[in-house]
Write a protein of this length. Structure first.
Lengths: 50, 232
């Protein structure tokens, strides 16, 4: 692989890695929101039960 | 649907850029960075422009939902801004032999634009949530948009530039196949940004509603206690 090809690969990989990282962050956020919602549902259920 | 279109266009653009578009006679293989760097940079401008438009709508109508939309636009614009600076530095290193050139107005103005919008988050989180924060953030986002045409036109105002000029008044200075590849890559990056914008905005809205719900549930025992006290 020539030097130019290495730099081209690096530029494309940076963008790919950023999109991948973004998807990981979003999935972690969705997991947190799911946990928060489950917690709030449980709290609301306990309140309604008395 | 938008996510599928984004994935298809990005993959098609990648294939065209690496396999179909011819190598540049002057720069060789390193010119292929153009197909990722320029669409990412233009998408960053589009995100900041979108954020400013939403900020204007907020100031014009007073509708609170534009605040989150403007914030999400700045958020995504900053991410694409980082990618612009990184891919631009890689291209500069292989073409000019340096990672950065302070004498290039285009680069410096983009850095100023990026730092300006990075400071947006400091302003936003230094204020308490509410109308004041919404208005201040909107005014800031709106001021930043002024830097976009300056940054965009800087390359044409510069005299001693080494940054290449591709789009001139005579049209794109490249072959038809190169221009077609660029258009696909740009469309891919825009749809990717649109798709991420929708996901991010939905996430932020749900986050806000969960917070409101938690506050309501936390406040409920206190409200019940006060009502009992008043009745007794």
């Amino acid at each position: 692989m020539s030097t130019g090809e290495k730099y081209v690969a690096a530029a494309y990989l940076v963008v790919f890695a950023a999109v991948l990282l973004y998807l990981v962050i979003i999935s972690l956020k969705v997991t947190r929101l799911e946990r928060d919602l489950a917690e709030l549902t449980e709290l609301a259920r306990r309140r309604s039960d008395g | 649907m938008l996510s599928c279109a984004a994935a298809a266009l990005v993959l098609l653009g990648l294939g065209l850029a690496l396999l179909w578009a011819p190598e540049d006679a002057d720069q060789g293989i390193s010119q292929k960075i153009f197909y990722v760097h320029v669409p990412v940079a233009l998408t960053a401008y589009a995100c900041f422009g979108w954020a400013a438009w939403k900020a204007l709508r907020l100031l014009w109508t007073g509708d609170e939902r534009y605040d989150l939309e403007s914030y999400t636009g700045v958020h995504l614009g900053t991410i694409f801004g980082v990618l612009t600076l990184v891919t631009g530095s890689i291209w500069a290193k292989v073409s000019w032999g340096v990672w950065w050139s302070w004498s290039e107005r285009q680069l410096v103005l983009f850095l100023i634009l990026f730092l300006f919008y990075s400071a947006y988050f400091m302003l936003r989180y230094s204020l308490d949530p509410g109308p004041r924060r919404q208005r201040s953030s909107a005014v800031y986002a709106l001021f930043g948009v002024v830097l976009i045409p300056i940054s965009f036109l800087a390359i044409r105002l510069a005299e001693d530039l080494i940054h290449p000029v591709v789009f001139t008044r005579d049209g794109p200075q490249m072959s038809d196949s190169m221009f077609a590849t660029f258009c696909v890559c740009f469309a891919g990056m825009l749809t990717l940004a649109g798709s991420l914008y929708r996901v991010e905005l939905t996430g932020k809205r749900i986050d806000e509603r969960v917070r409101e719900l938690r506050e309501l549930l936390d406040a409920e025992p206190v409200r019940q206690h006060v009502l009992t006290e008043v009745r007794s």
